[in-house]
Each structure stands twice: as C-alpha cells, then as structure tokens.
Design a protein around this ligand. Structure first.
Ligand SMILES: Cc1ncc(COP(=O)(O)O)c(C=O)c1O
Length: 461
C-alpha cells in the first residue's frame, strides 16, 4: 500500500479555527435561512454569520450572475482596466446616494475599505497642502476591522490589547453614543448630545484641531457595542464639530449599511451626509468577499484639481466576480422590496423580543433598528453590573443555541469596558417573515434561559 493512502480515521483539522481545542460544526450545505451540518442538523441562521447573508443562502439569481461573469471575465487588474461589472456596481452605489457620493473603490472586505478610507482622508489633506493632518478621532468600543490601520481606529480593548504596542497610535477615542449606560439620571437627549459634542470638541482641542484628518463613527454601532442606534440629533451635532475644525466626517457602514437598518444607507435616517463612507457586509451578502469605499464630492473635487490619482491599490480591488455578485444581490434587494421588509420585520422582532424576554432578570436592555438587534445581559438589572468575562455567558449561550436549539446567534463581549459585558446579537436575513421571527425569538430565548434560567420577574423592559 502506498505510504500516501488517506486514513479514514478522524484526523485533527489543519484549519486554524477560532479555537485550537474546539471543532466548529461542519456546514456542508446552506439553503435559504438554514445552515446544514455534516451530522444532519439544520441550524437557523439568525445572525447571517456576522450580519452578512442578508438575502439568504444559495440564491439562484446571484449564482446565475456569477456564472455569467465567470464566462465573461473572471479577473483583470483594476489599476489598468475596468469592467462592465465594476462600472455597474459603482454607478448603482453612486445613484443610491443621489450623487452625494461620487466615486467608489471596491475592496475585498470591510477592513480593507477602512484602510482605503484612512489613506483617502490622508491624501485629501496632502493634496490640500495640510500635511500636518495625520490623526483620527473614533469611539471607544467601536470596531472598524482587524487589519492594523483599521484596528488602530477601532476602540475595542479586547481586540487591540496584545497588538497595542504595534499600532500606529494615530487615533484617539471618545465615548460612544450609548444611552443605556451613559445617559445620566434626569438628563434629556439634547443635553446628552450636547455633552457628547463637547467631548468631541475637547478632544479636537487636546490633540490639536489642525492635526485631525477625520472623525470615524459607525452610523449605528454594530457587533461590539451591540446594535446601538444613534440618539436623534447626535450625528448631526458631531458633524458640526468636525466641520468647525475642517476635518472629514467619515461613516463606517460596513455593518449598518446596504439596508440592514431599514434604509439603504443608515445615514439617510440621521439627517447627515458623510464625506467618506464604507459599506461591506450586506453589499455582497456573503456570496463574495467585498467591501467598498464611497467618496463624497468634496474629496473627489480636491483629488480632481490635484494629482487625479488615489495613491492606493490592491491586486484584487474591483474584482469583477465580486462586483457582479454584489450588483445582483442589490437588484434582488430592490426588486423584492427587502429594505422595507427589513424595517417592518425589524419592528416586529423588537416587539417580540421585548414581550418574550423583557422580564428576564438578566436582560438589561433590548435594542436595535431594522434587522439588527441586541440583548444586553447583566448580572443585576438594577445596578447594570455585567457578568465577569470569565463566566463566558454570551459564548455559552451561543454554544447552547448551536448544540441544543438549532439557532446561530452572535455572541458579543466587552460592551461595558471593552472586556466585560455580554451581548446576544440577532441579524436575520432581510426576507424573513413573521413566522420566522417568532421562531428566532423562541429559540434565542430558549438558548438564553438554558444558560441563565427562566424568565420570572414581573417587570418588563
Ligand atoms: C462596522 C464595521 N467595520 C469594519 C468591519 C470589518 O469588516 P471585515 O470583517 O469585512 O474586514 C466590521 C466587521 O464586523 C464592522 O462591523
């Protein structure tokens, strides 16, 4: 027998999984809203992976568009060529902003879109002759990606800590907009907004207003702070501070964009227009790895009057297959009115979660917008004291969901201080119906109650 005969005995996986000691479920098929494991379990995908698979799995229209693109052109180098696929997707995105964004740079992920954004912001000031602008202001417990530039902007302590000595250190972080924990007793929303705007103003003054390239915020905080929509007037006020100091207002919509919050661009609900914007997850819905930087007129004009060339490229940027798939995903969303469904079903999901879990003694907050919802879990509802991180509450609920209740939810950690504080995030597909929402709420509640005990307290959220 050849020494290369393949053994039928179980061998350790060669994949560097999230844990070296736990093998994750092996997904052999994905269809609609279900993930099918090698052991025959059908898991309801209530989180769309990391808020990605927004039109469900195995969509025939997207597969056909990808096949047609493969038949036409699978790859060419974007700095030297263009393709109908790249042109069509970019035009769709520009049109979707009514021309507020004028140019699109397609990347392979959300992190890469943020990297491109950081570079574009810097180049904008270099072209304007403001060479001293090198800094960014972002928010504590934010997440903008895991590559070094994007991680430097991110404010999530647990994800940064071991790399901290290697990060560029060009970003400082201010408080997020997080009323559940930060709104003071007796404080009105306008007063809270004023306080946060003053903190941003103070930060500009501390670092030197003339040294700041831009302010980078998630329009709606995503997986790390847990589906926190901005309070009314907040983003508008923050943009005013930013503009006062000539810095760019940058919105990261990798999580919140492309319909997830009930409007195609989350900023449409906030009465602000960013100078630079990123999108990713819902853009390609998981059929391809894709993200994009969208560039507003103000920045395009400066480049146009200057060098006329973005000093950045990647081998796979503007990938035609990714663009063709994303374009078709967006057509499906449009044709089926899925952004509107997202808004409608989101409202129903919020109501159903509050009705089912609002009285649980460890449910501190239930919040969300569109089809992005989070349940913040606390040890004590009155003091809002979190569970200690070592108790692994959210990861245990996630595991219970997969192993016992056939549901995939997203566990989040560090919501209180970047380390402690547990979340369960739900981000189902835009085409869910009421029966599915009921199923999601039932299974998610079962998973939570399995770990934390039943819902017994009379008071509801
Ligand atoms: C707001 C935000 N920005 C950036 C990223 C990074 O995107 P990716 O994981 O595609 O690199 C994420 C990912 O979760 C995100 O939620």
């Amino acid at each position: 027998m050849s020494s290369r005969t393949i053994s039928t005995e179980a061998v350790p996986s060669s994949v560097l999984h999230a844990s070296l000691s736990i093998d994750p479920p092996n997904i052999v098929r994905a269809q609609g809203h279900y993930l099918h494991t090698s052991t025959g379990t059908a898991i309801y995908d209530a989180s769309n992976g990391a808020a990605v698979s927004c039109i469900g799995h195995n969509h025939p229209r997207v597969k056909l568009a990808m096949q047609q693109q493969l038949d036409a052109v699978e790859y060419c180098f974007a700095p030297h060529f263009t393709t109908p696929a790249y042109e069509k997707l970019a035009k769709f995105l520009v049109d979707s902003t009514n021309g507020k964004m004028q140019k699109v740079f397609v990347t392979g992920s959300g992190s890469e879109a943020i990297e491109a954004t950081i570079k574009m912001a810097r180049q904008y000031y270099v072209e304007k002759g403001e060479l001293q602008r090198t800094k960014f202001i972002a928010r504590d417990r934010s997440y903008h990606g895991n590559t070094f530039g994007a991680l430097d902007v991110s404010g999530h302590k647990a994800r940064r800590t071991i790399y901290e000595p290697m990060l560029g250190g060009n970003t400082s972080h201010i408080s997020p907009c997080y009323p559940y924990r930060d709104l003071r007793w007796g404080e009105t929303t306008p007063q809270y907004v004023e306080r946060l705007a003053q903190e941003l103003e103070d930060e500009f003054q501390r670092v030197g207003p003339e040294t700041v390239c831009g302010v980078v915020f998630e329009t709606m905080a995503g997986l790390t702070l847990g589906a926190v929509a901005s309070v009314p007037g907040y983003l508008k006020k923050m943009k005013e501070v930013c503009e006062r100091h000539g810095a760019l207002f940058i919105l990261d919509e990798v999580f919140a964009g492309m319909g997830r919050t009930g409007s195609l661009h989350a900023w449409e609900q906030e009465d602000v227009i960013p100078d630079l914007q990123t999108v990713a997850k819902g853009l390609g819905a998981g059929y391809v790895p894709i993200g994009a930087l969208m560039v507003g007129k103000k920045v395009v004009d400066v480049l146009d009057r200057g060098t006329k060339a973005f000093v950045h490229f990647q081998t796979y940027h503007g990938h035609p297959l990714a663009c063709a798939a994303a374009y078709e995903v967006q057509q499906v969303i449009q044709d089926q009115g899925l952004v509107e469904n997202c808004k409608r079903m989101g409202e129903y999901l919020g109501e159903a979660l509050r009705a089912r879990l609002g009285a649980h003694p460890n449910v501190g907050d239930i919040r969300g917008r569109g089809l992005a919802w989070a349940i913040e879990l606390v040890k004590d509802r009155n003091t809002k004291e979190p569970f200690p991180v070592k108790q692994k509450v959210a990861p245990t609920i996630h595991a219970a969901g997969l192993q016992k209740f056939e549901i995939a939810v997203l566990p989040g950690g560090g919501v209180v201080d970047g380390v402690n504080g547990d979340l369960v995030v739900l981000a189902p597909a835009y085409d869910v119906n009421r029966e599915e929402v009921d199923l999601i709420v039932h299974r998610a509640a079962k998973s939570i109650e399995h770990v934390l005990g039943p819902t017994t307290v009379a008071a509801k959220l």
